[in-house]
Write a protein that binds this ligand. Sequence first.
Ligand code: GLA
Length: 385
Amino acid sequence: MNKDIVIHDFDSHFGSSAEGTMYFAPGRINLIGEHTDYNGGFVFPGAVQQGIMAMVRPSGNRSVRLWASDLQRGCTFNLDDEKGPDETHFRYVYGVVREMMACGVDVGGFDAVYAGDVPLGAGMSSSAALECCFAFALNDMFGGRLDRMELARVGQATEHKYVGTMCGIMDQFISMHGREGSLVRLDCRSGEFEYFPWHPKGYRLVLVNSCVKHELVGSPYNDRRRSCEHVAQLAGVETLRDCTWEKLEGLKDQISSEDYMRAKYVLGEYDRVMAVCDALQKDDYETVGQQMYLTHEGLSKDYEVSCEEIDFLVEVARRCGVTGSRIMGGGFGGCTINLVKDECHDAFVAEVQRSYKERFGVECKIIPVVIGEGARKLKGENLSN
Ligand code: GLA
């Protein structure tokens, strides 16, 4: 278990784990609303039970010593170091430290050991979990007064300035605001959000990890964002959220066919999120599922962030009568998210495992979704998380 590994590694690298405090922040799923966050639209995520767990102890000096149990590697830097570590993995923590300081939190030196169970590169936001775990921990430990939204922005700024992924706010938002048993609809333009209890009777969510590692750092992710911003600029609006279908059609001759396809996907996704919200009010999960398939089509053909393996997984789902299936997260690999009827579940899982192995020679991984809580301090019996 993560907790035992973290405690064991803390003792062996820094000693006296009993003086440390344990924190946790989760990864996420997203029901619908993909690549809409940086376009001012809506997203529909939920936190999962998997995440990053860190034991942190102030050191009383200006140095930060880290040990990543999963990598079996460590790193040391000084709080006042302007450049920070080279290795991307440690830059996530360095970035959080520096951004917290920039927000006025009186961060001191500390020792920390951490481990996670969000599969890396699966599109479940392991990096947001890492950022949010440390942002939450440092705020708590060093008397910071940042609220959860501000802490989420610290994580996002870390991606932008220290890692180079120009992500939206969805992943860090939900890692901070997740609530057990609920999905959250976030309006990324206004920052307003609403919890939607998620207990779909007779259905469940299942992730299928293609094990094609997605990597957003320095990836075409940023190009997608640039395309959207370009079209928004020509349309005279701040983000594509405020671009109408008429405006987009009017621009068709002035933009590349690629930019047109990207914007078309984003406008369509806005309509699909609305349709899903409507359907959820009526417990109409068949409509929810249809919209998920349509989102996948858009992400694959117009936004072009899918890949052969993922398209295959979605086709198998369709063939098995799965209610809805699509690529989840930033894209370029990772997981599909599937809305599956209880009675269809076992046959689907067996078939997807068999046919994926047969076609690609590798195993896909089935991950049942349980919606969990956002970032928190773990104490006493909760340590068993
Ligand atoms: C990644 C980013 C998010 C969001 C999704 C796509 O997870 O970090 O901000 O853009 O991709 O919906």
